[in-house]
Ligand binder design. Sequence first.
Ligand SMILES: [Zn+2]
Ligand SMILES: [Zn+2]
Length: 257
Amino acid sequence: MKLEILGSYGGNANFYKLTSFLIDDFLALDAGCLTTALNLDRQYQVTDIVISHSHMDHTGSLPYLIDNQFGLTESPLRIWSSPFVLDALRQHIFNDVIWPDFTKLPNESQPCMTLEPMSPLETIHIRHLRITPIPVNHIVPCCAFLVESTLSGAAILYTADTTNTDQIWEIANQKENLKGVIVDCSFPNNMTDLAIASGHMTPQLLAKDLKKLKRPCKIMIYHLKPSFDGKMTQELDDLGLELDYDIQGKVFEFTST
Ligand SMILES: [Zn+2]
Ligand SMILES: [Zn+2]
């Protein structure tokens, strides 16, 4: 399973791209920066996007991606998420005011984009990937995703935006082939109250949750706020754990062995 970190931040500035991960070139987890991170040819290869929640830092590049793909791809772009998120996209983005409703273009019977509902803990199959949404603890309904490849046998977990939570770790501990975890860490330790109120982690909150993970695997940190980057990376180093927070632009290959 090839995991490409297109954008790994919870804020936007010149170097800092918003959250998007690409798996095996065709499936994106969240859509913060798909159009700024990928050239046009690679954008045409994206056939499926799984969205964790409705916040703009995870959905903001959808309008531009479908606009670039329009008329140039063979099958419709499929956007997968909970009914809550799909309704939000319909009402607040693809509403013919902020952006055209591409689920009706070029016509309703053969649209260039479809909205595909997912239910918590129900696994969907897209080509050789199995994706299971697991609810987490954010300020709007939000799901983590467990992604398993039937080709490589490897599994990864993307927590999406969350503060301390339990179910994802219980499920992760049952997965023998779990090789990587991408986990939220958004604010420095002196902003713990804000982190909890907004459904995010600080380095100390993160350390608490990582104790629940009983499997050895690569830990990748995402969603650092650019304004606190230096302070937070120091605090993450101080935890003395093996964490990779410098992941944007990197490509990881996960196998079951
Ligand atoms: Zn976010
Ligand atoms: Zn969020």
